[in-house]
Design a binder for this molecule. Structure first.
Ligand SMILES: [Zn+2]
Ligand SMILES: [Zn+2]
Length: 339
């Protein structure tokens, strides 16, 4: 089969002809249908040696397809079933995994499908059955981006739902990819009032369409506008940018007891301490998601309760997809399709 692989750091990825893997006990061979491309792929392709697990490996970590072959001892799945493949490679048996906190797995590292282990930019992918989520009637091509971006955003929002009751306010900073999902989850799952911040008026318009009640261009005055419009601050601020200015705005916009949830890896820093942040407030950095999160967003997508705009590229044309992603000319998520 053909696989798009990184073979050596500092060299462009390339199409290689490799054998179709065979599933061992507890494993599943999946025929790929959709593979979302992501900025992490670009960062992997441009990375120096030493940060990510060493090549060679097939890239692509937002994967969905249909089961081609089941290994021994795999229950609950049948050949032909559509599955989403978790991009997080949890162990499934440590104390955290046992509690459903797969994102905090004791054994999780940077490696996963498409990072160290062979990913989905290939005709087939070999996975552990514990990383497969049944799609039911949901088209795997549509589902692919749920394996990473949409799930990370969902995990952040879900953790705050208990405080996002009617009468509360949530701010979403950065309403491109992950933030646009967050606006939808908040609109669908909570009674909160949603305020969106972004540097792009186009993205703010889209956020309004997806359910934001108020939108502001990000600048130094946003925190004050939010405090004014909420009579004292927001209950939750989701920061999908994570630079020093966005973190400062978020912290200044919090009400007493508010939560600043940071998913953006913008490298910003802010002081935290007594009188530095609102009383009873909290700072949470969030990474990843767990098996319940993935099952829940599959349900939302299957019921058409979230929109998932995508631009498709054929497998042969994966490099155009990566270039378009880098040039920010992709509408919605970039998804590679296979026939
Ligand atoms: Zn990703
Ligand atoms: Zn674990």
């Amino acid at each position: 089969m053909r696989a798009y692989q990184i073979v050596e750091w500092g060299k462009p990825a390339q199409f290689n002809e490799i054998p179709i893997p065979r599933p061992g006990p507890g494993q599943i061979l999946v025929k790929m249908a959709g593979a979302g491309l992501c900025h992490t792929d670009i960062s992997i392709l441009q990375s120096p040696a030493g940060f990510w697990p060493d090549p060679p490996f097939t890239i692509g970590h937002e994967n969905a397809g249909r089961i081609a072959e089941l290994g021994a001892n795999v229950e609950g799945f049948a050949e032909g079933d559509g599955v989403l493949i978790s991009s997080m490679y949890w162990c499934g048996h440590c104390d955290k995994c046992a509690r459903g906190l797969h994102e905090q797995c004791r054994h999780i590292g940077l490696a996963g499908y498409g990072v160290g282990y062979d990913g989905g930019l290939a005709e087939y992918i070999l996975i552990e059955a514990k990383h497969a989520i049944a799609l039911g009637s949901l088209d795997p091509v549509r589902a692919a981006p749920l394996a990473d971006a949409a799930a990370t955003s969902y995990h952040a929002v879900k953790s705050m739902l208990p405080i996002l009751v009617p009468g509360s306010t949530a701010v979403v900073t950065g309403v491109g990819g992950l933030g646009a999902y967050a606006v939808q989850y908040l609109a669908t799952l909570s009674g909160t009032r949603i305020i969106a911040l972004d540097t792009s008026q186009t993205r703010l318009n889209e956020a309004t369409r997806l359910g934001a009640h108020e939108v502001y261009i990000s600048d130094g005055e946003c925190a004050e506008k939010i405090r004014d419009s909420t009579s004292g601050g927001a209950d939750a601020v989701f920061d999908f940018v994570g630079t020093t200015p966005t973190l400062s705005t978020g912290m200044a916009a919090l009400s007493q007891g508010g939560r600043l949830i940071v998913a953006g890896i913008g490298g910003g820093e802010i002081p935290i301490g007594w009188e530095k942040i609102a009383m009873n407030a909290g700072f949470i950095n969030t990474r990843g998601f767990n098996l319940p999160d993935l099952n829940e967003i599959v349900s939302l997508a299957r019921d058409d309760r979230i929109e998932m705009a995508a631009t498709h590229f054929t497998f042969d044309d994966v490099e155009s997809g990566l270039r378009a992603l880098e040039d920010a000319t992709v509408e919605g998520r970039a998804v590679v399709t296979f026939d």
